[in-house]
Design a protein around this ligand. Structure first.
Ligand SMILES: [Zn+2]
Length: 332
């Protein structure tokens, strides 16, 4: 392990995760997202997911994240009250969000029940020292437009993050174009749910107009390159997003789709994959990746202080150091 990383206690943020999915690590390999979800993950979740499972598996995931020096993570899953309890017992700060879907799930019968659970969590953890809350509709293909708007109203009422998967696959992008004559980003823009408190996970498939919208609305993007590559979804246009001043942070996604909860690995892969697809080794330099791993995550998730310093102090600290060990470190 790098001494530098240990000494500075970098505020590594995992901005998109489904911690309890560590239970599904390695259970459905080499499948595209649609098949992976519909044939494997959703049936397994219907059978296996309950309160006890979420708490036990989240604790395992937190232990793995701590081993990998992650200081904070954003979670989206079922029984998020159990995620909060697991995090409190493990002394790990987290942003929780009960994932909202339009069909019955292990933790509620319909969307409205899911929204009620969310509001209870928003009330219960207001001003909690470890637990932050969000409103987390799953995606545009699992939640209706009315419900996406309703979820945003709730997020605005409590002034919290609106966390949603967006434009993860070409199929999602193409289906949205066909159905609404809009890209997923333009569809969300039309619904009025994009603003500085919106966190979009993935954003692999974007056109130039989408990028302008994300920039204009100050939307935050959680880039999950390992999950996107494993599921054959593609590689997000991170260089273009950064050129257009879109704030990009990094996520591991669930361990089911990236196998490890190692944000450092995601940062390294983010840099290398952008260099490869842009045929340019100068893009996404180490300092930029370190920002994505740390203060960008803090900004995206609304964290003032992490690992004892605020964003400004971390900005200064990061300026001073050379993080070239990004490409050579590992934690094992
Ligand atoms: Zn995800």
């Amino acid at each position: 392990m790098s001494d530098l990383l240990e000494n500075f206690k970098l505020p590594l943020v995992n901005a998109h995760c489904h911690a309890a999915m560590i239970a599904f690590k390695g259970l459905a390999e080499d499948k595209p997202l649609k098949e992976w979800l519909e044939k494997y993950i959703w049936p397994l979740e219907r059978k296996m997911v309950n309160k006890e499972m979420v708490k036990t598996e989240t604790k395992k995931a937190i232990k793995e994240m701590k081993r990998n020096k992650i200081a904070f993570f954003a979670d989206m899953y079922f029984f998020e009250d159990q995620v909060a309890e697991a995090a409190i017992e493990e002394n790990m700060p987290v942003l929780i969000g009960e994932v909202l879907l339009d069909f019955p799930t292990p933790s509620y019968k319909n969307f409205n029940e899911g929204l009620l659970i969310t509001e209870k969590l928003l009330d219960k953890y207001k001003n909690h020292c470890l637990i932050k809350t969000s409103v987390a509709p799953h995606s545009i293909y699992t939640v209706s437009s009315e419900h996406l708007v309703e979820a945003k109203k709730l997020a605005k009422k409590y002034n919290v993050i609106y966390h949603i998967h967006c434009s993860e696959t070409k199929q999602e992008f193409d289906d949205c174009l066909k159905k609404y004559n809009k890209t997923p980003v333009q569809y969300l823009e039309k619904l009025g749910v994009l603003d500085e408190k919106t966190l979009l996970a993935h954003c692999v498939w974007l056109d130039d107009k989408d990028i302008k919208i994300l920039s204009k609305r100050k939307v935050k993007v959680a880039h999950c390159p390992l999950s996107n590559s494993k599921l054959g979804s593609g590689i997000a246009p991170i260089v273009k997003l950064l050129k257009n001043n879109v704030l990009v942070c990094l996520g591991t996604d669930g361990a089911g789709s990236s196998n490890r909860l190692d944000i450092w690995e995601a940062g390294k892969y983010a840099a290398l994959s952008q260099k490869a697809i842009n045929l340019d080794p100068t893009v996404l330099p180490i300092k930029e990746v370190i920002k994505m791993l740390t203060i960008n995550g803090m900004k995206a998730l609304g964290l003032e202080i992490l690992n004892g310093k605020n964003i400004k102090q971390w900005e200064k600290e990061l300026q001073k150091n050379n993080y070239s060990f990004l490409y050579s470190s590992n934690f094992s």
